[in-house]
Design a protein around this ligand. Structure first.
Ligand code: HDE
Length: 720
C-alpha cells in the first residue's frame, strides 16, 4: 500500500483513524489557526540585519510548538515499534469464553501491536540482550482488549511490590547513568543474586530469546493466568500464546553487538520493511486451558508468574490468527501514544489473583497520567475504541469530546437515566463471581516457594548449542559485574539450578568452585531484603520439554521466507551464478541483496547493469542471514578488500551458510575459512558450500542449509 494512502480495506480502526489523518499534498502551509503563511523560513525583523520582532506570531507559534514536542518516555519499554493488523478467530472456544471477538469468525478484529525492549531508553539499540514486550490492542466490537505480554512466558518477580526495585536495578546506574540498555552491570545482578525467584526468568533472559533475529520471529505470551468466562458464567483458567509463522530465531551475541553498531534500528527496520514489501508478519494465537476444578492439580501454583504450564502437560489450542499488514503513518501519534493496560478486558475475559497481575492492574492507567498527561488519553485516536462509548466522565486536559446535554451523573431523571447500565445479557461486564474469604496479610503463599525446578527444566530442555549460549551469556554479563561477591552469589544460585551450568560459568569467571549459596536472602548484605518466610523448595526432576527449546520447538520451521542473502559481487560478476541462486532464493520467498566494493551499479560479465544495494564499506554480514561470494572477471577486487574479508569472517563466526563460486581460493585463503582449512582443523567445513558449476545441486544445498538457520556444529570450532 502506498504510504499515506487512505485505508483500502475493511479495517474499522484504520477507517476510524482516517478522521484524524492529515494529508499535505497540494496544500498551502498555514499556522495552527489556519492562516496561510507566506514565508516560513525567515523571522520578522526590523530590517534585514535587525532584531527580531515579538509580534511575529508565526515564528512564536512554530518555535513554541517545537519546544514542547517531547513527552516523557515510558518508564519501562521505552524503545518500541508498532504496526496495525487484524485478528481472525477460528471459532473454537465458545464453550470457554463468551468474548465475541474470539468466537465470531465473520469479523476481522482490528489490532495495533507494539513490540519493545524493556530497559533501554527510547533511542537505544534494538539488539540489547533483553526481554521483548509484545503488546496487542484488540479493537473489538465490545470494547478494547489489551494483551500486554512479553516474548518470554515468565517474569523475574512474583509480586508487583518489587517491580520498582527490579527496574531501578536494571536501568542505568543512578550515579553515572551507565550502562544503556544492558543488564550487564552490578546493580542488576546484585538484585537478582538476592532474588532466587528470578532464576527461571534468568534462564530465559540469558537464552537466545533475548536477542531475536526479528520481531516477526518471536513467540508472545500473556504470562499470567487469566480467566475465560463462558455464557453460563463458568470460569476456565487460560494462558495466552502467540506462535510465529516464521519460527523462533535468534542471532548470536557477537552478532547482536555488531548489529547494534551497524544498524541500531535493525528490528524496527525489519518490521517496517517486511510490511512495506507485503511480507505480513503472522502468528497463531493459542491458549492453554485449565478447568477451574484442576486449579490445584499442578505441583506449582497457577497464580505464580514465575511458572509455565509445560505445553506437553497442557497443549496449546490454536484459536485464531494475528496478521500485521500496515505500518503506522506517524510514529509519535500511533506507536508512541498508544497506551496499553492489562486491565482493558472485555466480557468473557477476567483476572486471577496473581499478585503481579493485580499490581499491574493499578500501574498502567497511573503511568499514562504522567506520560500522556491527562485522563483523556483514551481519546487519542490510536487509543479510541471503535465500539460505542458513553459515560458521565467529563472535562480534564485536552478533552476532545463534546458531550451534549445537561446530565453528567447517574442516576438521573433529566436524561431518562441515560447512559444506562447494561445487564449481563445486554453485554454488561460482570466480574467473575469468585468467593474470597481471608485474613489481610503481607505474605507470599508457600505454594510460590519452588524457585529452581522450572529453571532447571528450562536449562535441561535446551539443545547443546542453546545451553552453551546461556553459559556464555552469563559469563559475559557477570564478567561485567565489578563486585566479586555478587558474581560468587550468582554462581551459588546457578548451582542450585544445574551443577554443570554453575561450573561452566564459574570457570569463565575464574571462580574455583561454586559454593552453596549462603542463603542469599539471609546473606549479610540486604539481610532482610526479602521477608519471605518460606525456604526455597528442593529441586524437582522434570522430564525435558522440547517446547522450551527454540531449535526443537514445534513452532520452528525450516522456512527461509523473507531471509536476506548478501551476494558479494565485483564488476564483471558471473551473471549465470548470480541469476541461479537469486531465482532459487526468490522461489522460496528469500531475497538476494547485492554487496559490492562500491555503491551505485556494477556490470555483469554479460554487460547487464546490476544495482548495488550496499557498499561493502557501509555494510556488514551481521545484517544478513547468509552470504554468497560470486566469481567475477576481477576476483582480485574482492581479495584486496579488507571489508569483504571481515564480512566473510563474521559470517563464518556467526555460523551462517556461506557459498563460494569455484575459483575464489585466493580470497578464501585470506579468511578464517582458509586458515581453518589449511590447519586441517575444520576439514568438513559444515555450511561452507562450493559452487562447482552444477547450479541445481548448489542452490538446493544452499537453501536447505539456510533452512537450518545456523550451522551450529561449526560453533564448537570457534574459540572465544
Ligand atoms: Fe509492564 N509496564 N509492568 N509488564 N509492560 C509498562 O506501562 C508494570 C510486566 C509490559 O508497548 C508501563 O504504558 C508493573 C509484566 C509491556 O506500551 C508500566 C509490573 C509484563 C509494556 C508498567 C509490570 C509486562 C509494559 C510503562 C509488575 C509481561 C509496554 C509504560 C507488576 C506480561 C507496553 C506503560 C507498550 C509497560 C508497569 C510487569 C509487559 C509502568 C508495575 C509481567 C509489553 O505501567
Amino acid at each position: 500500500m502506498e504510504k499515506n494512502s487512505k485505508p483500502d480495506n475493511d479495517n474499522a480502526k484504520l477507517q476510524d483513524l482516517e478522521k484524524n489523518r492529515e494529508y499535505s499534498k497540494d496544500q498551502f502551509i498555514t499556522t495552527d489557526q489556519g492562516v496561510k503563511i507566506n514565508n516560513d523560513h525567515n523571522t520578522l525583523k526590523a530590517g534585514e540585519r535587525g532584531p527580531s520582532l515579538l509580534e511575529d506570531f508565526i515564528m512564536r507559534e512554530k518555535i513554541t510548538h517545537f519546544d514542547h514536542e517531547r513527552i516523557p518516555e515510558r518508564i519501562v519499554h521505552a524503545r518500541g515499534s508498532g504496526a496495525h493488523g487484524y485478528f481472525e478467530a477460528f471459532g473454537n472456544v465458545g464453550d470457554y469464553t463468551k468474548a465475541n471477538f474470539l468466537n465470531d469468525t465473520t469479523t476481522k478484529t482490528p489490532v495495533f501491536v507494539r513490540f519493545s525492549t524493556v530497559a533501554g531508553f527510547r533511542g537505544s539499540t534494538d539488539l540489547a540482550r533483553d526481554v521483548r514486550g509484545f503488546a496487542i490492542k484488540f479493537y473489538t466490537q465490545e470494547g478494547i482488549f489489551d494483551m500486554v505480554g512479553n516474548n518470554m512466558p515468565v517474569f523475574f518477580i512474583q509480586d508487583a511490590m518489587k517491580f520498582p526495585d527490579l527496574i531501578h536495578a536494571v536501568k542505568p546506574e543512578p550515579h553515572n547513568e551507565i550502562p544503556q540498555a544492558a543488564s550487564a552491570h552490578d546493580t542488576f545482578w546484585d538484585f537478582i543474586s538476592l532474588m532466587p525467584e528470578s532464576m527461571h526468568m534468568i534462564m530465559w533472559a540469558m537464552s537466545d530469546r533475548a536477542i531475536p533475529r526479528s520481531l516477526r520471529m518471536m513467540e508472545g505470551f500473556g504470562i499470567h493466568t487469566f480467566r475465560f468466562i463462558n455464557k453460563e458464567g463458568k470460569s476456565t483458567f487460560v494462558k495466552f500464546h502467540l506462535k510465529p509463522k516464521l519460527g523462533i530465531h535468534g542471532v548470536v551475541w557477537d552478532e547482536a553487538l555488531k548489529i547494534s553498531g551497524n544498524d541500531p534500528d535493525f528490528h524496527r527496520r525489519d518490521l517496517h520493511d517486511a510490511i512495506e514489501m507485503g511480507n505480513f508478519p503472522e502468528w497463531e494465537f493459542g491458549v492453554q486451558l485449565v478447568p477451574e476444578e484442576d486449579e490445584h492439580k499442578f505441583d506449582f501454583d497457577l497464580l505464580d508468574p514465575t511458572k509455565i504450564i509445560p505445553e506437553e502437560q497442557v497443549p496449546v489450542t490454536k484459536i485464531g490468527r494475528l496478521v500485521l499488514n500496515r505500518n503506522p503513518d506517524n510514529f509519535f501519534a500511533e506507536t508512541e501514544q498508544v497506551a496499553f493496560h492489562p486491565g482493558h478486558v472485555v466480557p468473557g475475559i477476567d483476572f486471577t489473583n496473581d499478585p503481579l497481575l493485580q499490581g499491574r492492574l493499578f500501574s498502567y492507567t497511573d503511568t499514562q497520567l504522567s506520560r500522556l498527561g491527562s485522563p483523556n488519553f483514551h481519546e487519542i485516536p490510536i487509543n479510541r475504541t471503535i465500539s460505542p462509548m458513553h459515560n458521565n466522565q467529563r472535562d480534564g486536559h485536552m478533552r476532545q469530546e463534546i458531550n451534549v446535554g445537561k446530565t453528567h451523573y447517574s442516576p438521573n431523571s433529566l436524561n431518562n437515566g441515560y447512559p444506562e447500565q447494561a445487564k449481563e445479557n445486554e453485554g454488561g461486564f460482570v466480574s467473575h463471581y469468585e468467593r474470597v474469604e481471608a485474613h489481610k496479610v503481607r505474605e507470599r503463599s508457600e505454594s510460590f516457594a519452588d524457585h529452581f525446578s522450572q529453571a532447571a527444566l528450562f536449562f535441561k530442555s535446551q539443545t547443546e548449542p542453546e545451553q552453551n549460549h546461556i553459559i556464555k551469556a552469563l559469563r559475559f554479563e557477570l564478567s561485567k559485574v565489578e563486585t566479586v561477591a555478587i558474581r560468587e552469589r550468582m554462581v551459588g544460585l546457578l548451582n542450585e539450578v544445574d551443577k554443570k551450568l554453575a561450573q561452566k560459568v564459574a570457570e569463565g569467571l575464574g571462580i574455583e568452585e561454586p559454593s552453596k549459596p549462603e542463603k542469599p536472602m539471609n546473606h549479610g548484605i540486604g539481610a532482610d531484603a526479602d521477608p519471605d518466610k518460606h525456604e526455597p523448595k528442593p529441586l524437582k526432576n522434570y522430564e525435558p520439554s522440547p517446547a522450551l527449546s527454540m531449535i526443537k520447538n514445534p513452532a520452528t520451521t525450516d522456512s527461509i521466507e523473507t531471509r536476506q542473502v548478501a551476494f558479494i559481487c565485483a564488476d564483471g560478476v558471473s551473471e549465470k551464478s548470480f541469476n541461479a541462486l537469486k531465482k532459487a532464493l526468490e522461489a522460496k520467498g528469500a531475497m538476494a541483496k547485492v554487496v559490492a566494493p562500491h555503491a551505485g551499479m556494477i556490470k555483469g560479465d554479460a554487460d547487464t547493469q546490476i544495482k548495488v544495494d550496499f557498499a561493502s564499506f557501509s555494510s556488514s554480514s551481521v545484517l544478513f542471514d547468509a552470504v554468497y561470494v560470486l566469481k567475477s572477471k576481477n576476483n582480485a577486487m574482492l581479495e584486496e578488500n579488507d571489508n569483504i574479508i571481515e564480512f566473510i569472517n563474521d559470517a563464518y563466526r556467526h555460523c551462517k551458510v556461506i557459498g563460494f563460486d569455484e575459483g575464489l581460493d585466493g580470497l578464501i585463503e585470506k579468511t578464517t575459512i582458509g586458515n581453518k582449512r589449511e590447519a586441517g582443523k575444520d576439514k568438513s567445513m559444515p555450511g561452507i558450500i562450493i559452487n562447482n558449476g552444477t547450479a541445481k545441486a548448489f542452490t538446493d544445498d544452499f537453501t536447505t542449509q539456510m533452512g537450518k538457520h545456523r550451522i551450529w556444529e561449526r560453533e564448537s570450532k570457534i574459540s572465544e
